[in-house]
Design a protein around this ligand. Structure first.
Ligand code: ZN
Length: 357
């Protein structure tokens, strides 16, 4: 098995990504074209140079990461055509990385400007994703994409976004999220939206434990009813050096709340230490937390899911079967029906066996 375990095995393996932002995964070539059309200055017109600049610029803190992220929003906001294009390309890029199931997230309130409503923005993104999925399916590739709608923590439109998510439940939208600046902007501020979703039984995953500590994670679960946590790596602050778990860490582990961990992004924002050998992923895994691997923002972090998995395998000595298990774990907490989750797990298993033969 070990001699088969190379980057191409990971790339070919049917994979699942649960935390992948639409606007943070724009193709660098598309970014250059959109910026030119909108007369937005970029540091370089060379795709490789620009990609390197973006990764560098995003490193240091979540605030810095969000500043670059704002540039992407600026290029897409109020532009149905651009949103549709980016959705379509997103589907193609996921398929090219061997992803068979993805939950893509974005914030309608950031895209609804210049006369475009949140519903128009959703229609544009959905049309783009659908077109991309239809095209890759016609090429014989398996791909299923669902959307998670984010409300912005510092914003005031969460109730509207929750209603939009509910209205499109089963029509391309599977869950709700809170994104943006975490510290000082508690899930409590969005209680009406979160209460509504809880009453309606709509799944919620919340960014927490990224720019704030265990209290924010606890609030995401207790106030927000989150079934998964975006990042959550700062749960480490509730785990002692001797692996003794504090109350919040115990709650997260024992209730099986999944952590959507995005290693490269975590190291850029400072949510975790770097280099990767100092990232808590492996320790959380060994302590029995439900850990999954995602990309967060492929453009901002210069990454793909295969890159993230390969890095983890190389640094922590994971075998191919460990990587397969991580995909099965992600499939297990996908916001789809149990029958769909079972079918997804079967296709991951079948793909893994075909690679191992
Ligand atoms: Zn994120």
């Amino acid at each position: 098995m070990h001699d088969l375990f190379d980057e191409s095995a990971i790339r070919t393996l049917p994979k699942v990504v649960l935390h992948d932002h639409l606007d943070g995964g724009i193709r660098v070539s598309t970014l250059i074209e959109l910026a030119a059309a909108k007369r937005v200055a970029l540091s370089s017109q060379d795709p490789e140079e620009l990609q390197a600049w973006i990764v560098e610029e995003c490193s240091g803190s979540l605030d810095q990461y969000l500043i670059v992220s704002d540039l992407m929003v600026k290029l897409l906001t109020g532009d149905a055509e651009a949103l549709q294009r980016v959705g379509r390309e997103f589907a193609h890029d996921l398929a090219a990385d061997g992803i068979v199931y993805a939950e893509v997230r974005w914030a309608p309130e950031e895209m609804a400007t210049r006369g475009l409503t949140i519903s128009d923005a959703l229609a544009a993104v959905t049309a783009g994703l659908d077109a991309g999925v239809a095209e890759v399916s016609a090429q014989g590739r398996q791909l299923h994409i669902e959307q998670i709608l984010c409300a912005i923590r510092t914003g005031t439109r969460s109730l509207e976004i929750a209603r939009l998510a509910l209205a499109h439940r089963g029509k391309g939208v599977v869950a709700f999220d809170l994104a943006g600046a975490e510290a000082g902007h508690s899930a409590e501020d969005h209680r009406s939206a979160l209460d509504l979703l809880k009453r309606e039984g709509m799944p919620v995953t919340l960014h927490a434990g990224e720019a704030d500590g265990p209290a924010s994670i606890r609030s995401a679960v207790e106030t927000g009813g989150a079934a998964r946590i975006g990042h959550g790596v700062r749960i480490m602050e509730d785990i002692a050096d001797d692996d003794q778990l504090g109350p919040t860490a115990t709650l997260i582990r024992d209730s099986g709340i999944a952590l959507e961990i995005c290693p490269r992004s975590n190291m850029q924002t400072g949510a975790s230490a770097s280099p990767l050998v100092r990232h808590p992923f492996d320790r959380l895994q060994r302590l029995g937390f439900r850990t999954t691997v995602s990309t967060d923002n492929r453009l901002l972090s210069g990454t793909t899911l295969s890159d993230e998995l390969f890095d983890l395998a190389r640094v922590f000595g994971y075998a191919f079967e460990d990587i397969v298990q991580l995909q099965l774990a992600a499939a297990e907490v996908a916001f789809i029906s149990s029958a769909e989750r079972a079918a997804l797990r079967m296709s991951i298993r079948a793909g893994a066996s075909a690679i191992a033969r």
